[in-house]
Design a binder for this molecule. Structure first.
Ligand code: VGL
Ligand code: ZN
Length: 216
């Protein structure tokens, strides 16, 4: 059990998909999704570097149930790269649902990484699209910037945070999930399974009260 985590200047806060469509009232609302915002605002000043991700789909995206005649949201379909869950239309490029929640205030963010923009591939992870083959470029960016440890916050714990954390770890970064700075969709008991996956992968779950700023 980790008790206190001292941050260093090469630590990165990765804020995942805090967008209108994932917050209450949005097209794919995560229960209590906007509750992550004050938590993220409290911890962001402890980090020297912040990056945001933005789910960013074209209309008619292959992950939308509406793209199929006989399918409903939350069903699964077999695509060329494997099983894909179908979602209500969400985070369509240039629409209000795709914008960051208006209360999110992180002007210091150094990069906004958009993902899910290829019409035929979904991308939960900020590192690899759902075909597990197409890179987003984030791995190279983080490496070139000299970051060593990635701390994740945002939405949804069981989808984009989950897959981003696994890929960060696989890419060789020490990876931490800030549990109280995330909220989950949690259908079909996904949360309990993910906690086991994280432990197996060597990903550490922390609460934000365990973080402290780097001591100079
Ligand atoms: C997400 C489902 C579909 C997420 C994005 O941000 O967790 N989930 N697209
Ligand atoms: Zn999406």
């Amino acid at each position: 059990m980790v008790t206190a985590m001292h941050l260093t200047p090469t630590d990165l806060l990765l804020v995942v998909d805090v967008q209108n469509d994932f917050c209450p009232g949005g097209a794919l609302a995560v229960p209590d999704g906007d509750a992550v915002i004050p938590v993220i605002h409290r911890i962001a000043p402890l980090f020297s570097h912040v990056i945001l991700t933005q789910d960013w789909h074209p209309e008619g995206h292959t992950s939308f149930a509406s793209s199929y005649v006989t399918r409903k949201a939350f069903e699964q379909v077999e695509l060329s790269y494997g099983l894909q869950t179908l979602w209500p239309d969400h985070c369509i490029q240039g629409t209000p649902g795709a914008e960051f929640h208006p209360a999110l205030h992180l002007p210091q963010a150094e990069l906004i990484l958009r993902k899910g923009f290829r019409p035929h591939v979904d991308s939960y992870s900020a590192f690899f699209e759902n075909d597990h083959a197409t890179p987003t470029g984030l791995d190279g960016y983080l490496r070139e910037r000299g970051f060593h440890r990635v701390f994740l916050a945002g939405l949804a714990y069981d989808y984009c945070v989950h897959y981003s954390a696994l890929d960060a770890r696989r890419a060789g970064f020490e990876t931490f999930v800030l549990r109280d700075a995330c909220r989950a969709i949690d259908f079909a008991g996904s949360v309990a399974r993910i906690q086991t996956d994280f432990a197996k992968a060597g990903i550490i779950e922390l609460n934000t009260n365990q973080l402290s700023a780097a001591t100079p």
